[in-house]
Design a protein around this ligand. Sequence first.
Ligand code: SF4
Length: 495
Amino acid sequence: MLGPGRLTGVFYSTFAKTNFLLHEAISVFDIFKIGIGPSSSHTLGPWQAARRFAGMLKDKGILPNVTKVRVLLYGSLAKTGKGHGTDIAIQLGLCGEDPVTFPVEQVGSRINDIASMQKIILLGLHEVEFDPREDIESLITESLPYHPNALTFLAETIDRASIAETYYSVGGGFVVKEGEDLSDKEEVDLPFPVNTADNLLHWCRKTGMSIHEVVLENESSWRNEIETKQGLLNIWEVMKSCIYRGCYTAGMLPGGLQVKRRAFELNKRLLAGKSVSSYNEWMEAISSGGNGFKYTLDWVSCFALAVNEENASFGRVVTAPTNGAAGVVPAVLQYFVTFCDGNDDEKIIQFLLTAAEVGSIFKKGATLSAAMGGCQAEIGVSSAMAAAGLTEAIGGNQRQALMAAEIAMEHHLGLTCDPIGGLVQVPCIERNTMGAIKAITASQLALQSTPDYAKVSLDAVVKTMWDTAVDMHLKYKETSDGGLATNVPLSLPEC
Ligand code: SF4
C-alpha cells in the first residue's frame, strides 16, 4: 500500500473522503484524549510523534548508539509551532514523558533545564547533545504533500548511520507515520460500523437504540461497558477540574501577547461575594443564583473561557475534538449539569458518547485539523458535538440530536483559523464561548423542531464543510498569514 508521504494532497483528499468501503473504527477515547495545551495538532500530536520516534530507536536497539537528534518542522507546524508549543512538546516527547500524566507545573522547569544544559535524555535513558534553538528547525517555506502538519525526526549514531522518520499530525492529536499502512486501523470489528450520520440513523432505526446506546455497543469492541463508563467519568473529572482551575487562576497568559485571563474576574463577579472551597460548593453557589438568561449566558462563557485559558497556559485539558476547541464541550456539559438538572453520571456518559460519535463522523467525512479546514474543523465540530450530546441528554430523539449537530456546524461553515502571533489565544479563547452558545441554541432549535422538515442533513453539512475546507485559502489554515493575525496591530517580542 502507498505510504501517505507518497500521496499528493489532492489525491489523498479524494481518497480519504470517498473510500467509505473502509469503516474506520474510532473510539470515544480517540476523540476525548487527556493531554496538555495549547494545541492537539501542534502540541499533542508532535509530542506523541516524538515519543514514537524515541520508542522506535529503543525497540530497534539503536538508542544507546545515538549521538545526535534533530527535528525538522514543515508547513503549519513551522509557521505557528512556536506559538503553539510544538518545540516544547517535541522535547518532552523525546524525553519519553506522557502528556496524560506529566505534571503541567513542571513543563517550564524541564524545558529550561534542557536549554541551559544543551542536553536531552532520550526516554530518560540516553543523554545526547541537544540545543532546541538549533536542533528543532522550522522550514517555513516548505510543506510536505500529505498534510500541512509534518515533522521529520533525524537521529545520527556513533557509526555515522542516519535514521529518519516523518510523521503527520492530522488533527485532534491523531498522528500518522509516513509509510504506515492505513489499513491497520480497520482491524477492530464494530457491531455497528458508522462512517456517516445516515449509517448511524440506520443502526438506530434497525435496533431501536438511541445514539449513545449504539456508540456504547461499539465501544465494547475495545473494552467492557464498566471500563468505558469509568473512562468517560474520568474524562468528565478532568474537564471539571480544568473549568474550576481556570476560574480560580488569575494573571496573564504566556506568549507575549499580554492577554489577561478573564474567567477569574467573571467568576468572582458572578459569585457576588459567595466564598467556596471546593468544586461542589462552587456548583451549589452557582445554582443558588437561579437560571436567568443573562446569568446562565455569563456562566457558559465563563466555563468556556476558563478551559481555554488553562489550555493556553499549558494546562491539563481534554481534546474535544481538539485543544483549541477544548472549551466548548465542557462548557455545554457543565451548563447541562448545572442549569438543566443534568448532575447524573448516566446522563453525563450519554452526553459524551453522543458528542464523540458526531466528532468521529466529521473526522471521517471531513477533517478535525485547522491546518486542513480552518476553524470550522475545530470550533465548528466541537459545537456540533456539544449540540448533539446536549440534545440527546435532555431527551431529544436521535434525529433531533443529529439535526442539532447539523445546525451548529451550518453556522460555523467557512470559519477561518487566524490566531494572532500563532498563539492559541486570540480569537481562540473567545471563540469557544461562541461555539458553546451556538451549541445550546442549536439544541434548543432542534428540540423545538420536527426533523422531517429539515432541509439540510448532517451528512450534507459534513460534505459542505469538507468542500469549503478544500476551497479555503491556505493563509486561513493555521498559518497566521491572514485574517486577524495580519490585521491586528499586536506584535510579539523577538525570541
Ligand atoms: S482560530 Fe480556531 S482553529 Fe485556529 S488555533 Fe484558534 S481555535 Fe484553533
